[in-house]
Design a protein around this ligand. Sequence first.
Ligand code: ASP
Length: 468
Amino acid sequence: MTNPDLDPSHRPIAGAETIAEPRRRVPLHTKILIGLILGGLVGLAANYFGTTEVGGPQDADQNGIHDQLDWVASNVADPIGRVFLRLVLMVVVPLVFSALALGVLELGDLRRLGRVGVRTLLYTLVLSGMAVAIGLTLVNVIRPGESLPQEKRERLLAQYSTGAENALQSAKKSKSLKDVLLGIIPENPLQEAAGALDGSSKDNGMLSVMFFAVIFGVAIAMTPARTGVLVQFLEGVFDVSMTIIGFAMRIAPLAVACLVFAITARQGMDILVTLFWFVLTVLLGIGLQMTVVYGLVLYFLGGRNPVRFYNDISEAALTAFGTSSSNATLPTSLRVAAENLRLPREISQFVLTVGATGNQNGTALFEGVVVLFLAQVFGVELSIGQQLTVVLMSILAGVGTAGVPGGSIPLIVILLVSIGVPGEGIGVILGVDRLLDMCRTMLNVTGDLVLAAAVAHGEEGRVAAEPA
Ligand code: ASP
């Protein structure tokens, strides 16, 4: 369970408890799972009894779904689900901006640590980039979203695309690679922020806003005098945004039940089979990053035997698995690094503290996979330029995601909407999110320890870095 008091990072995450919901008798994730199961069962039953063969009675539409069932799905279930989405979307711009600027600010301490800091930043980008690349390759090879029959995918898009029509249109306008890359630097960040959700931005929408946040954070770090109030303001914006996400999470069980009902009532069993393939894809990606990428990094850059390393860090990995929170696992990671891995304290303290929020390889992998998967489910074709946008946004989202249970959910919603995939799609994956959250958090924390080992190995024999 997340306990923000345990979090010794420089920036305590005040909203953490609102997502983690530690005080409730039935944990939030259990309620969401119950929502998924109930919504799914009622939806399947409704699909079974409420559909007829195409060409059947008059009150069925061309897909064989009875009018009454369609009415309930469209006018009761969908709107309730949308309340949840709108609450999340409402704060996404301030949340992403403050989280990223503050995240970069923490990384800005890099300069103080010189070479250690630069190495940490480089390895973070490489590890996250590899994780996203693995995830996206797997979705492109396994194509979990395409296990849903073509006509059902088209129907889904038709049902959910109204709100995202503009975004979809803009997503279809394929830009050249040069324009995608240039558009990352916004001419007018406010215009990008205002158009991030409906596709009316000029450049790359949310990705451009993210870039602005990164530059803003770097600039604050380089202007230490007179920026204290600004940092406090950003921390306030971040905390309040997390509290509002907490409001949304309170209605998540009902919203998930409604969103899943609406989808299964229209799609039947097929959507659950699709979900199974999605879970398998994510787990395979996490497994590959854990064994192959980390194994190679540990061996070549960390000078360590991977098997022994995993043995030594098992306590931290299991704590991450149990808590689904990198921040709550930080004290355990610090102890494991000092006692079992015998890493120099000043290096592990810096790398692990920054890494708990900034180096989230599992989260970056997951966010990339979800977006491409849902794009497949909804039949939205993404050009290479758009896939590149997903890669960059996922890496940055890995930096901007809070290390708390479900921290990636708001970022996934924004990623979806900004590339033209209906945000309602999140309902499909929320029910299985807790299981995947446990696994990706385990990867996040393992990645932090791998990073610390690699950075420390590079420093061996040199003068110890300044204490953090
Ligand atoms: N639960 C993750 C962590 O704390 C963040 C997320 O991906 O939701 O590392």
